[in-house]
Design a protein around this ligand. Structure first.
Ligand SMILES: [Cu+2]
Length: 127
C-alpha cells in the first residue's frame, strides 16, 4: 500500500514537471478554443513535435476538422513552410522543422466540415 502511494506520488510530480516545462499556448477563435503545445521546454532549431487541440465551448475535443500549419520568419519572408496536421486521438499533430534560430510566426488554420478556414497566429522563438 505504501509503495503504491509512493508510485502515485512520483507520477504526480513527473506530470507536474512535464506540464511546467512544456510549451503551451491558448487562443480563442469564435467559440473554438485552440490549444497548441510543443513537447519541449522551448522550440528548438530542428524538428519540433507540435500538437493542436480544438475545443468546443463545452471543452470537448473537435475531431472532424482539417488543420494546416504555415510557419515563417517575419524577418525573412522567403523562409516559409507549410504542413498539414494529422488527426491522432483528440489532437492534431505535425512536425515543424525550424531551420534557423530566431523568431518564427506560426499560423494555425482549421476548417470544420461545411465551414470556412479560421486562423490563429502565434510567435515562437527557436533556440
Ligand atoms: Cu531565417
Amino acid at each position: 500500500m505504501k509503495r503504491i502511494f509512493l508510485v502515485l506520488l512520483g507520477l504526480f510530480f513527473m506530470s507536474a514537471v512535464v506540464y511546467a516545462t512544456g510549451f503551451d499556448m491558448v487562443k480563442n477563435v469564435g467559440d473554438v478554443t485552440v490549444r497548441v503545445s510543443i513537447g519541449k521546454d522551448s522550440p528548438v532549431v530542428g524538428k519540433n513535435n507540435i500538437s493542436v487541440d480544438l475545443l468546443n465551448p463545452e471543452k470537448g475535443a473537435i475531431t472532424d476538422a482539417e488543420v494546416e500549419l504555415a510557419y515563417f520568419m517575419p524577418a525573412m519572408p522567403a523562409m516559409k513552410y507549410e504542413t498539414s496536421a494529422i488527426q491522432k486521438g483528440s489532437s492534431y499533430t505535425a512536425v515543424l522543422g525550424l531551420a534557423m534560430a530566431g523568431q518564427w510566426n506560426v499560423d494555425v488554420r482549421f476548417k470544420r466540415p461545411g465551414g470556412k478556414f479560421e486562423k490563429i497566429t502565434f510567435s515562437i522563438n527557436a533556440k
